[in-house]
Write a new protein. Sequence first.
Length: 345
Amino acid sequence: MVDRHCVWGVALAAMLAACGDDPKQDSGDTTNDDCTPVADAGSDQQVSLGESVTLDAAASQGCDGEAGDPSFTWSLDSAPAGSLLDSAAFSENSTAEAVTTRFSPDATGTYLLTLQILQGELLSQSDAVVVEVMASGEAPVADCGEDLEIEVGTLVDLDGSQSYDPDGDAISYAWTLGAVPEGSDYEEGGVFAADTAQAAFVPDLAGSYSVYLVVSDGQWESEPAYCLVSAIRTDEAPIADAGDGGVLPPCSEHSFQLDAYGSYDPEGQPITYQWDVLETPEGSGASAEPCDTGAACYPAFDDTTAPDAIFTWDLEGSYTLQLVVSDGYHLSIPDAVVYTVPECP
């Protein structure tokens, strides 16, 4: 606390020199009507949000003590948008003790304050001081949790609750998906409840998903925190069943229908089919793929991806055909079937 008697003792000597001899002193009138108090609100300041601001008018000058004790009145002339403060925010005001006062800014930006001194009936001019309130010097820290390994199709719970602001300010959250496996339907940013501490997403394909979290205290953003989610499939591979095969009736037509409907996936996932030709009679041109080696080579299947594909043979003898099925994640073990075309009598 400033000793105002000392301050005003010094101010008195200064003001007597400033104001000159008072002719009324010779007549016994001790009121100095020619003197006006001088308000000094102090130097402009720059502080961080969360700090208390001290305003000091000790450098102000008053008139002689016979004019009465000085009263210091501080006013908050303007404040940043979002501030709820007014002149009631000062710890002391409109008293002799208000030579030093304090207030706590509640928003960043510029505060304009003014000071007037009333000494008896003598009122000073206003003096202004500017207080610039900056955001805290420390940015918040994001923490997206640990790397995770999870089954494809399972909800991934993302936990950013360990994120924090060094100054204790409230923080907001922004989760984003970065890199995803090729073929994934996710687009960047596709996270449920991405603006909360606990977000989530469901990986649609096996592979690695990069997730990052940025938090903000309203003034500063954190550095991104990166986490890796590895989506795996632990289900079983599908089972291929190429059918029974056997010996065709003599003099049969040059095509027969295959039956792969016994194939299945243990988890009930949809499956796809792929037929191939493994062995044919010597000289046969039957092939699973289109070929350009002459008339002797021809695509033998009407559709290599159909479970009931039609196979066309060209020579009598044995044909070994192979089937592989897939659930989109795993391939089955190949299954082979043999069809024999007997000689026509």
